[in-house]
Design a protein around this ligand. Structure first.
Ligand SMILES: [Zn+2]
Ligand SMILES: [Zn+2]
Length: 467
């Protein structure tokens, strides 16, 4: 059977979400919000075409107790929500590992999948032993002295049960292993951060700002399994299921799922457009407070070949936030097999899914992505076409045939233009800001060099020629 999985999500208690603070006084209210998040996840996932999703934060005790109360085990390690069996769940969390590498501390987020509540309990005991502050934080920090200690700890977690999987998350972003951290520290090999446990790391998450094509630049990843997840921090339609992985399984249970992932029985992944991802290009966004100050119109972003010398921001003179595209190019060089995009074919098929909510937002000129009007159109379209992924799996003629005279002409026109590749992002995603979809124009992300306006001023810069 074909099964679509999104193995990285968060509860309402994690940092970056509404991050509910838990106390005895608000217990009942928080539990209500947490369950309502689960219920809306349950209803949203089928609209995206996703069959199974991670619970997020499964070791956070308040959330673990709620999950124990409302989830019913369907098959071994796979759960349903009581009374409404639309979407399946599995126990998943994300931890923030930090380690001193040279002079600076580098962080790398890692997803963990668990086969059952008892292994989650053992994991929680380990966190206690290590002094991790996990009682107050749903996505806690595991602070390590060095890559040796990172390896020791991940080995210990994996030794709890052979079915536990550790998956480095959004590997190319500043919070992922290959992204730059403080002091613009650069990890160019998995073992530089993960030490000896890198041989037990079989599966990695591409993240929203990268996809299998960009990751062909990194030779070390040729033999690894690349998966895609949405890392949703809310149950909003434009966040959940925006990336996922489709697998071939003989039967859906946790052991089979893990074995299929390890054996790379991936049929294809569904990808968020990397250029829209929040860390695609190198730059500094407007209005940033640190480092240095940027006013409301002070921003800059660059393709790898135009990045200013020493990665210094031409506005505030501090280090730029290095984008995923630049890191892919640099690591390709560091791993001594310098590749260009297109040199190597991605090992698996993948589909780029421009979010339907973004298309509606552009066509209808409604900026708030959670606006009722957008959701109404979204629901109408998915009721005619089936899950959003069908938009990208059906041909343009098929989509037109099913939608014509059923939806507003301008919306259909917008969808068909995007399907024909007639779109870009302006700006592209950079420094923590999502790219903005523009329909009816094409762009070239290899030729971007913008400071404060759309006027290129490359002649005024000393630039790194890194591509
Ligand atoms: Zn993360
Ligand atoms: Zn700056």
């Amino acid at each position: 059977m074909e099964i679509a999985v999104d193995l990285h999500a968060h509860s309402v208690f994690a940092g970056g979400t509404q991050a509910l603070k838990h106390s005895p006084e608000n217990k009942v209210e928080n539990e209500k919000k947490a369950i309502s998040h689960l219920t809306s996840t349950n209803q949203t996932m089928p609209l995206k075409g996703v069959d199974l999703v991670g619970t997020g934060d499964c070791q956070y005790s308040v959330w673990t107790d709620i999950l124990k109360g409302v989830l019913i085990e369907d098959t071994n390690g796979i759960f349903f929500l009581e009374n409404n069996r639309q979407t399946r769940f599995l126990l998943q969390t994300e931890m923030i590992f930090t380690a001193r590498i040279g002079k600076y501390s580098k962080e790398a987020h890692v997803i963990f999948l668990f086969p059952d509540f008892s292994s989650v309990e053992t994991f929680r005991n380990l966190l206690d032993q290590w002094g991790v502050k996990h009682h107050k934080m749903a996505r806690p920090f595991i602070t390590c002295k060095s890559s040796v200690q990172v390896a020791e700890r991940i080995h210990t977690i994996l030794d709890i049960d052979p079915l536990i999987e550790a998956i480095p998350a959004h590997i190319m972003t500043p919070q992922g292993v290959f992204g730059t951290g403080k002091g613009n520290i650069r990890i160019n090999q998995l073992s530089d951060f993960f030490g000896s446990v890198s041989s037990r790391i079989r599966i990695l998450e591409t993240g929203l700002s990268a996809d299998p094509e960009f990751l062909t630049l990194i030779p070390e990843l040729d033999d690894r399994v690349l998966i895609s997840n949405s890392d949703a921090h809310s149950s909003a339609l434009h966040r959940m299921g925006r990336e996922f992985t489709v697998l071939s399984l003989s039967k859906l249970d946790y052991p089979n799922l893990i074995s299929a992932l390890r054996k790379n029985q991936i049929l294809y992944t569904v990808e968020f457009p990397p250029e829209e991802g929040r860390f695609f290009l190198t730059g500094h966004r407007a209005g940033r407070k640190r480092p240095g100050l940027h006013g409301d119109n002070d921003y800059c972003f660059f393709s790898p070949q135009y990045v200013p010398l020493n990665d210094l921001c031409p506005i505030c003179k501090k280090s730029l936030t290095i984008g995923v595209f630049q890191r892919c190019v640099e690591i390709s060089r560091a791993q001594e097999v310098e590749r260009n995009l297109g040199d190597v074919q991605p090992p698996k098929k993948f589909i780029r899914m421009v979010p339907l909510i973004d298309i509606l937002s552009h066509v209808l000129k409604v900026k708030t992505k959670t606006a009722k009007s957008l959701i109404t159109h979204y629901r109408q379209i998915t009721s005619l076409l089936g899950p959003e992924r069908n938009l990208w799996q059906l041909t343009s003629d098929e989509v037109e045939e099913r939608l014509i005279s059923q939806i507003e002409t301008q919306i259909l026109k917008g969808i068909l233009q995007v399907k024909a590749g007639n779109f870009t992002f302006h700006p592209y995603g950079f420094d923590g800001v999502y790219g903005t979809l523009v329909i009816g124009k094409k762009g070239n992300y290899r030729e971007v060099n913008v400071i404060n306006s759309s006027q290129p001023i490359q002649q005024k810069l000393e630039i790194n020629r890194i591509q």
